[in-house]
Structures are given as C-alpha cells and as structure tokens.
Design a binder for this molecule. Structure first.
Ligand SMILES: Nc1ncnc2c1ncn2[C@@H]1O[C@H](COP(=O)(O)OP(=O)(O)O)[C@@H](O)[C@H]1O
Ligand SMILES: [Mg+2]
Length: 364
C-alpha cells in the first residue's frame, strides 16, 4: 500500500519518505528516503515526521505511541484516535453502536466465564475473533457449540487479551465501500465493491457490485455516515455484509487504502491512493467516477509456489483489459498477498471472467 501511495506521489512530483523496519521494503524503491525503524518506535515515527510536511498511514497496526509521537510534529492522516478504534474490533463495534449504525450482534470476551453469556447474545453459530491483531482471517474461528467456543477461547486467548464473539451472518454478499473525507469535511465516495473471500482472505472484488441501486446507495450512505461520525480525515474502507431483507451490517473498518479498492487504480478517475495523497497534501478531492466495470483478483504466494516460482504473466496479459500489479515482496508465502490483476470490460460479469482467466493463465 505504501508503495502504491508513493507511486502516485512520485507521479505528482512529491518527495516521499517511508518508515519501515526493512531497508529493502517494497516502498523503499519508490520513495526518496526511508527511516529504517520499527512501526512501534515513537522516536522513529517522530524522526519521519520531522522530515516531512504530513504523514499518511496505510496500515492500521502501527503503535498508537508511534502515531502520537508523529502527530506532535506534523499532521497524520488518519489521526491516532481513529487508528485506536480500528485496531480493536470491540471498540470499533462499540463506536458503531454509539453512532446508531448496524453491526452483527457481538459481545466482548475476556475470560472463560464470559463465553457462555456472550453466546447468549450472539446465538450459534458464531465467529470468535481476537479483538486486536487479526487480518486476512487470522485469529478467527467459527464455533457451532459451547464446547467449540471454549476450545476456540483456549486457542485464541494466547494471541490477545481481548476477544470478541460475533453472530455468524448468513450473508448473500459481502460488500465494501471506500470513501474519502478531507480536512474541510468534504467527502467523496467510491462505487460499491462486491467481495468474495477465500479462506478469510479477499480473493475477488467486482465493481459495480451486482446489487440493486437502492442497496448500493444505502451502502455508500452507510460508509459516509461512519466517516462523518468518526470525524475522520483520510480514507475509510467499510466492509459490510448484505444479509436477508437487504439489510446491511458493518463488518469492519479500515481507515486507509483497502485491498478491495485497488480497482480504483485502473478503473476510476482518481484512485484511492491519489485520493489519500490529495488529502494528505491539502489538495481538493478527486473524482471517484467509475470509468469502466472492473474486477480485481488477488495474487497470493500460492500462485508462485504452484508454478515453481515462475507464474506465466505473459499468458495472463494476453487477456484483453488486464493489468498486472506486483508488490515486489521478497518473501513468498502461500497466503501472502504478492500482487493483483485487474480486468476492465463492458460489464462486470465479463470483467470477472477476464480477471479469473488471466489468473488461471498465470498459474493460479
Ligand atoms: N460475523 C461474521 N459472519 C459471517 N462471516 C464472517 C463474520 N466475520 C467474519 N466473517 C468472514 O471472515 C472474513 C474475514 O473476517 P474479518 O472480520 O473481515 O477479518 P479480517 O479481514 O480482519 O481478517 C469476512 O470477510 C467474512 O467472509
Ligand atoms: Mg476483513
């Protein structure tokens, strides 16, 4: 994400500095300079902030101490308070409830004694999650009985002090909306993405989502209500479930560019990365207009593993409308996001089949 943000900044001739512990990190090749330091090191964050006019966070699991240290030196988007909410699933849901916005039934779990009463709130089946630190489906278990919930508690408890039980939603679709809000409170909202996850990891995003116009409008309203309610300045991705009766429920928030918004690079007038850059630099918001139906498919490390380290991208790029994005990550892991393919087409179904065909040709 940092690399893609820095690429937009480079296009517009801004100087960028990145904070990352790895001197060879993907963004380092695109940025003008780097502070090599840990994301939980306040001194490193303050040093970064001292070298720039503004800081954008494209990752929410940075320590709040580090972000606060940077905030003392220059503006940070989003601010630490927002990151603190998005880092903790319980705080996130509490905040949505306070704003009167819909979430699945949930209950915090700290001790084994909390499990049974929490299940009375959520019902079964339920999804047990760590409140902090989880991503790409990590730190989660679906539980179908009290016994399974108690076992999951034992498994998850070593990874986080606070856990959460959520009602398992039988959704018809998963949706997400990326919206942008600048320091003046102006907002811009991208089209709704229809997301398909595999093993808890985003696999495919299809835009426009294949839903009715009233549902799409409601999803966008919901995302903007969250951004306004949090008084967020920056980007916000809101993941949602579309449940029965066209009910929308908020699953989680990401106050940063989002994987399901990568399609904006190839299919929108102004991408999510340019948008964050504009907000960070005090420029007016860009147009979120969709220029073409589009589908994005992720390229996980398994594509490399299955093709003995040599995916056939030349074959993938024979498919019309396809663009390849690689993140220059050195360490290949089967479940790690290494890149993505985007396909534009006259309609969403064709875009999806193009993107899937391209990935299959690459070996994934
Ligand atoms: N309460 C739930 N009901 C149904 N499915 C869920 C629920 N929570 C998570 N999931 C599934 O697991 C995926 C990942 O969960 P999520 O909470 O978004 O965590 P993360 O993306 O941070 O790993 C979701 O996109 C969805 O497919
Ligand atoms: Mg998610």
């Amino acid at each position: 994400m940092g690399r893609m943000l820095a690429m937009e900044a480079r296009r517009m001739s801004y100087n960028t500095h990145v904070l990352d512990p790895d001197p060879d990190c993907p963004a380092s090749k695109v940025c003008d300079d780097q502070v090599v330091g840990a994301l939980d090191d306040p001194a490193a964050a303050a040093l970064l902030a001292s070298r720039v006019s503004a800081v954008a966070c494209e990752f929410e699991n940075v320590s709040l101490d580090a972000v606060t240290a940077a905030e003392r030196v220059c503006p940070v988007y989003p601010r630490a308070e927002i990151l603190g909410i998005a880092q903790n699933r319980v705080k996130e849901k509490d905040q949505m409830v306070r704003l009167g916005l819909p979430v699945p039934a949930y209950a915090p779990v700290r001790t084994q004694e909390d499990v049974e009463p929490a299940l009375r709130v959520t019902g079964l089946p339920a999804v047990f999650k760590t409140a902090t630190g989880g991503y790409d489906g990590k730190g989660q278990a679906v539980v179908r009985s009290l016994e399974e919930a108690l076992t999951a508690f034992e498994d998850l408890r070593p990874h986080a002090e606070l856990l959460i039980l959520e009602r398992m939603i039988r959704f018809t679709k998963e949706l997400s909306v990326v919206c942008a809000r600048d320091a003046k409170g102006e907002m811009a909202c991208y089209p709704v993405a229809e997301n398909i996850h595999r093993d808890g990891i985003l696999d495919v995003s299809i835009v426009p989502a294949r839903i009715s116009e009233p549902v799409a409008a409601a999803a966008r309203e919901l995302a903007m209500a969250v951004a306004e309610g949090l008084d967020l300045v920056g980007l916000l991705a809101v993941e949602m479930f579309l449940a029965d009766e066209n009910d929308l429920l908020i699953n989680e928030l990401a106050p940063r560019p989002h994987n399901s918004g990568h399609y904006t690079l190839d299919a929108c007038a102004c991408s999510q990365f340019e948008q964050l850059l504009r907000i960070t630099c005090g420029l007016p918001l860009g147009s979120t207009d969709l220029l073409s139906p589009v589908a994005m498919v992720n390229l996980l490390g398994n594509v490399w593993v299955d093709s003995n380290g040599e995916p056939d991208f030349a074959a993938a790029l024979t498919v019309p409308g396809v663009k390849l994005h690689l993140y220059d990550k050195k360490d290949i892991q089967p479940r790690r996001k290494m890149g993505h393919l985007c396909a534009t087409a006259p309609n969403a179904d064709l875009a999806l089949s193009r993107a899937l065909t391209a990935r299959a040709k690459a070996g994934g």
